[in-house]
Design a protein around this ligand. Structure first.
Ligand SMILES: Cc1cc2nc3c(=O)[nH]c(=O)nc-3n(C[C@H](O)[C@H](O)[C@H](O)COP(=O)(O)OP(=O)(O)OC[C@H]3O[C@@H](n4cnc5c(N)ncnc54)[C@H](O)[C@@H]3O)c2cc1C
Length: 514
């Protein structure tokens, strides 16, 4: 076919969401993906040679994908709750302790706070804070699938004092006022710096936006495990898109996008050379700066990612110095050196151009909640996956020598984990068919190279508030560009960040409601 109603540039999960909605509505839809497979950063892959473990190689947990999208698109997808929300190993006065937050929180959580902090005050502050944030999430979550509301409208539906605290002032002020314990402060604060390079006191408030996105998914902010790995999300979406009648072409690297407000033309390089197709609408699932390049425009400000992702396969879970059960501790988010002052120290170090000496990171074990990503033999022999997400590793730290900086950042991060273990980490790491340790590390440069996210920024650019920035955009979808028939359907759309499908849904609705 030489003409489609809609051509989608990029077959990430968001492009597939958009394609399914549009094709279900009867529009002819073509998705062009440069990789041999769809999914972008939402994929499962066998990472270690000869080892039958399909890891969520990049993104790993799901919170922001609305149940409505799963239902609308009839996705065959299971998201499983973790039995533990988080565990933080702590060393105080020579003693190894742990702060355990169960899911749902019960008496053991209160006791854990009291044991660490000496009273009930921190846990009372915790329940009050998250209770208020939960009420805010319930109001904001449904609006993510609707045209943009104004900030004033949303504020009027919420506790105005909480709005002012979380939306108008640096998040660090809130954390410092509400909590006294450095570890508790850090556990609260980390949600504001995942994939976001900022001080807790950054005047831009990007850390506040990041915190909000981490807490509003489906009105609960719960992060769940995709059964079968993140690839299962993409597989379900690709199946739904094809079922709906969308055409998906892989190994198709788009080289140019032309739009005049009414018609569009997209050119790509594929197995059979250069091809072009005309269309009514172009949807961009690629980052906004990538789109600029495809339109022949200058890119002045490239995004900068700030994380180190390490994938590990263990032959067994390591014992902890605290004596706590590793099958509980690693089942939730395991915080390493993410105390509040450690986060700020690491930020300052990285902002000054130096790799953090004590890098904050968080770890989680997929296979404790869903073993289906491992072969029966690996399960039987006690193997487990471990995902490490290091924060405050901006791309600039890897600019001069990615290889050397990656090795050092990985060494420091794993040393941080090991400092809370009762045995050497290396003794617990499995080996691949070549005898190498099953460790893979990805810096922002590696992410850019492997999945095409500019600067390795996991959200295609800094997150934006999930409401209208001004009066003119109230009632729009946050997907619009300067040209009427060109829309952003990916992570770079307002409200598009993370594995959420929101960018795809909202771009499709922009067309379908016109
Ligand atoms: C290490 C890491 C960990 C993360 N962890 C989580 C997590 O646990 N939970 C979560 O919710 N989010 C997480 N994220 C963020 C999340 O993965 C992304 O925000 C999300 O995948 C973006 O989806 P998308 O479909 O908008 O874009 P992408 O996934 O970036 O997909 C864009 C697609 O466009 C393709 N493309 C690019 N250029 C071209 C071209 N010229 N022609 C054709 N195709 C092109 C790419 O190959 C890609 O398939 C993580 C990201 C990373 C990198």
């Amino acid at each position: 076919m030489d003409f489609y109603d809609v051509v989608i540039v990029g077959g990430g999960h968001n492009g597939l969401v958009a394609a399914t909605y549009l094709a279900q509505s009867g529009l002819s839809t073509l998705v062009l993906e440069q990789q041999p497979h769809t999914g972008g950063a939402a994929v499962s892959q066998q990472v270690f040679p000869g080892v039958d473990a399909r890891l969520s190689r990049y993104s790993y947990l799901v919170s922001l994908l609305p149940q409505k999208i799963i239902t609308d698109l009839d996705l065959s997808l299971q998201l499983r709750s973790r039995s533990v929300a988080s565990y933080t190993p702590v060393r105080r006065s020579g003693r190894d302790l742990g702060l355990m937050v169960e899911r749902p929180e019960g008496a053991a959580t209160r006791e854990s706070f009291a044991r660490l902090t000496g009273s009930d005050a921190e846990y009372d502050a915790w329940t009050a804070f998250y209770g208020s944030v939960g009420a805010m999430a319930e109001v904001i979550a449904p609006t993510l699938l609707e045209p943009l509301q104004s900030a004033a409208t949303l504020r009027s539906r919420l506790d105005p004092a909480l709005w002012d605290e979380l939306v108008d002032h640096p998040f660090g002020e809130s954390v410092e006022r509400r909590f006294a314990d450095d570890t508790v402060r850090g556990v609260v604060a980390t949600d504001s710096v995942i994939g976001t390079f900022a001080s807790l006191h950054d005047p831009s408030l990007i850390q506040n936006r990041c915190f909000l996105y981490h807490l509003i998914g489906n009105g609960t902010g719960e992060w769940r495990v995709p059964v079968g790995g993140m690839g299962a999300v993409t597989d379900a979406l690709a199946f739904a898109a094809r079922q709906a009648g969308a055409s998906l072409i892989t190994n198709a690297s788009v080289t140019s996008v032309e739009v005049d407000g009414v018609r569009g033309s997209v050119t790509w390089l594929g197995g059979d050379g250069e091809r072009s197709v005309d269309c009514s609408y172009v949807l961009s699932n690629v980052a906004p700066t990538t789109l600029d390049t495809l339109r022949g425009r200058d890119v002045s400000l490239k995004p900068e990612g700030s994380q180190l992702k390490i994938n590990l396969l263990l032959s067994r879970l390591p014992a902890l110095r605290s004596g706590d059960d590793p099958t509980r501790a690693f089942a939730g988010t395991f915080h390493i050196d993410e105390d509040y002052t450690q986060l700020e120290t690491a930020y300052r170090s990285a902002a000054g151009g130096t790799l953090p000496a004590v890098p904050p990171s968080e770890v989680y074990c997929h296979s404790l909640t869903d073993a289906s990503i491992l072969s029966p033999e690996l399960i039987a022999s006690g193997h487990h996956t471990l995902t490490v997400f290091g924060v405050h590793f901006p791309a600039r730290l890897f600019a001069s020598d990615n290889e050397t900086a990656r090795a050092e950042a990985t060494r420091r991060t794993l040393a941080g984990l090991e400092s809370y273990l009762a045995e050497p980490l290396e003794d617990c790491i499995a080996r691949d068919a070549d005898g190498n340790l099953c460790i893979e590390a990805k810096t922002p440069y590696d992410i850019e190279e492997s999945v095409g996210m500019p600067g390795g920024h996991i959200f295609h650019g800094d997150l934006q508030w999930p409401w209208s920035p001004d009066d003119q955009t109230v009632g729009r979808w946050g997907t619009e560009t300067d040209t009427a028939n060109l829309l952003i359907c990916g992570s770079g759309a307002r409200r598009g960040g993370a594995v959420s499908g929101l960018g795809g849904h909202n771009a499709a609705m922009t067309i379908l409601t016109r």
